[in-house]
Design a protein around this ligand. Structure first.
Ligand code: ADP
Length: 541
């Protein structure tokens, strides 16, 4: 018989994170730009107390372990209290992406069977629109105080601050099985209905430890951390857990994610570290460069969600900000890989270092990955062979919420991404399998093409999609938004590709447009672009 260890068996619970932050970093600040318009400040001690009061209030409303509680909210301290209050009591914090279509939001609320939904002032019209379609919701809670409650509303509302004020905080966080569900997040569902990833306390706490490591998010108590990535999108990459876990000061930007507002908050609060998708940094860069500004404290950022264009990495570096390129997905809590250099790379010339930093990076302990060919055979790690990327680990999905069929293949989760892995284990995403351009049986990476285009000084944003070609089936078409006031012709842009990619990868045509549609998570919506250009006739066709 095995000899069992004799250490304490303490379940890994989310409440332990906020308890720890309150006890050991009690007066460390949490700063939020509120939807009410002002800046709110308090600390971890107050946050934990209010989270307990919220749990008490929910219990008084009849909320039980396992019940789902929805949120439609920006990054802010009340949202953080809901993260801890709801999961801490054993209920499930279900963050909903308010940028989805109202029909999708109603679908998600009904599928999850949310008992209560908490929402920010901004989303009152949205709530008034969907409430009638969500019969199972017992109450809609406006995340504000009495003074901000609307005089009239089509939906009966509860007031968040009233709920908190009604409690004395005499509540002890319960202890339960660490495998209990803690939170729920639906994928955007670019094809078909959104699907739910149901995280557990165990998976979340492990992910928080893993993601805070130096070669991943590298969070420290000395940092001031501003998550730009929304708390409604894969738990803001776990930052609402990993930041209190290390005891760093937390800054929430609320609804104002434009370059000027972010810059103001970065400077005012002396933010050192931030994380977000590339489209957010485009706005911030434009503001900072356009106005000849500098960052006085901001020195490190994690970019993920879509490929970070090399030109963006360089532009941030020129402003003194180191970029860590990370990859993950809703089904992975979300972190899978992050790209930092190893000691042996120190002596490399700058350009070679960058080729490594542009990759999506190495796995975090807790995630295992492989690439496979069409027959499921594992491919070599030579940085050249590319195939379907599969992952597994204790914070990777096993089943979608309320879907019987397993998404796994031989115990691995197929990510839907196509990637290479090099001998040092650096993974590079070539494409999403549905975005890859199949030209005459060979594959062209749309990300590579976009990265080259993004380096052209006149290009603000560029998407590369497949367009029909009678001989090659598909050929790359480049859709470009120019920077304000900048000029570039189709010919100049195509010439810019020469020598940078294989000749047959150069797009067949360029279309200039005023806007590239973005998904609810701020990624270029290529499905929509492909629909828009489905009858496009390439000059080469
Ligand atoms: P959705 O975009 O559908 O909401 P996720 O946010 O979970 O879902 O997106 C996960 C996907 O985003 C990954 O499978 C991958 O295609 C893409 N992705 C995430 N990070 C990166 C990155 N650094 N480079 C390229 N693609 C990325």
């Amino acid at each position: 018989m095995a000899l069992m260890g004799q250490m304490m068996s303490a379940p890994l619970l989310i409440s332990s994170i906020i308890k720890h932050a309150a006890r050991y970093y009690g007066d460390t600040e949490i700063v939020s730009r509120r939807t009410e318009g002002d800046i709110h400040r308090y600390n971890y001690r107050e946050c934990e107390l209010r989270s307990r009061k919220l749990a008490q209030a929910l219990a008084a409303l009849g909320v039980q372990q396992g019940d789902r509680i929805g949120t439609l909210a920006w990054n802010g301290y009340r949202h953080l209290e809901i993260y801890y209050g709801v999961s801490g009591m054993g209920a499930v914090c279900h963050t909903i992406n308010p940028r989805l279509f109202p029909e999708q939001i109603a679908y998600i609320i009904n599928h999850a069977e949310d008992g209560y939904v908490f929402f920010d002032l901004t989303f009152l019209p949205l709530v008034e629109g969907v409430a009638a379609h969500c019969p199972k919701v017992k109450g809609w809670v406006l995340m504000s105080d009495r003074a901000h409650m609307p005089a009239e509303s089509k939906v009966p509302l509860l007031c968040y601050e009233d709920l908190i004020d009604g409690q004395d905080g005499g509540y002890t966080w319960p202890t339960f099985d660490e495998n209990t569900a803690s939170s729920l997040c639906y994928t955007s569902g670019t094809t078909g209905n959104p699907k739910g990833a149901l995280y557990s306390h165990r998976s979340t706490v492990l992910h928080s430890y893993g993601s805070a490591l130096p070669d991943v998010l590298n969070c420290s108590a000395r940092d001031v951390i501003l998550p730009v990535v929304p708390m409604f999108h894969v738990n803001a990459w776990g930052l609402p857990y990993s930041v209190p876990l290390v005891g760093a000061k937390l800054v929430f930007p609320g609804a104002k994610l434009d370059g000027a507002s972010l810059y103001e908050l970065f400077e005012q609060e002396q933010v050192t570290f931030s994380a977000g998708v590339p489209t957010v940094w485009l706005g911030l860069l434009q503001h900072v460069q356009g106005n000849g500004l500098k960052f006085s404290s901001f020195h490190r950022t994690v970019i993920g969600g879509s490929a970070a264009p090399p030109a963006m990495i360089r532009a941030l570096e020129a402003l003194g900000v180191d970029v860590v390129h990370a990859w993950g997905m809703t089904e992975m809590s979300p972190l899978g890989t992050a790209g930092t250099l190893m000691a042996k790379h120190d002596a490399l010339p700058d350009d070679e270092k960058h080729l490594i930093l542009e990759k999506q990076g190495r796995v975090v302990f807790g995630v295992d990955m492989k690439i496979v060919d069409g027959d499921g055979e594992e491919l070599p790690w030579d940085g050249k062979a590319f195939g379907d990327l599969h992952v597994r680990g204790p914070w990777v999905i096993d089943h979608y919420f309320r879907v019987d069929a397993s998404p796994l293949v031989d115990g691995w989760f197929p990510t839907g991404d196509v990637a290479t892995i090099d001998a040092d284990g650096y993974m590079q995403i070539t494409d999403r399998s549905k975005d890859v351009i199949k030209s005459g049986g060979e594959w062209i990476s749309s990300i590579d093409i976009e990265n080259v285009a993004a380096a052209h000084p006149a290009v603000h944003m560029a998407a590369c999609i497949s367009a029909f070609h009678p001989k090659w089936d598909e050929r790359p078409l480049l859709v470009v938004v120019k920077k304000p006031g900048a000029e570039v012709t189709r010919e100049e842009l195509l010439a810019f590709f020469e020598g940078k990619v294989a000749k047959w990868w150069i797009p067949d045509d360029v279309v200039f447009t005023t806007e590239i549609p973005l998904t609810a998570t701020g990624k270029m919506q290529k499905l929509k672009l492909r629909e828009q250009f489905k009858d496009y006739r390439l000059p080469s066709a």
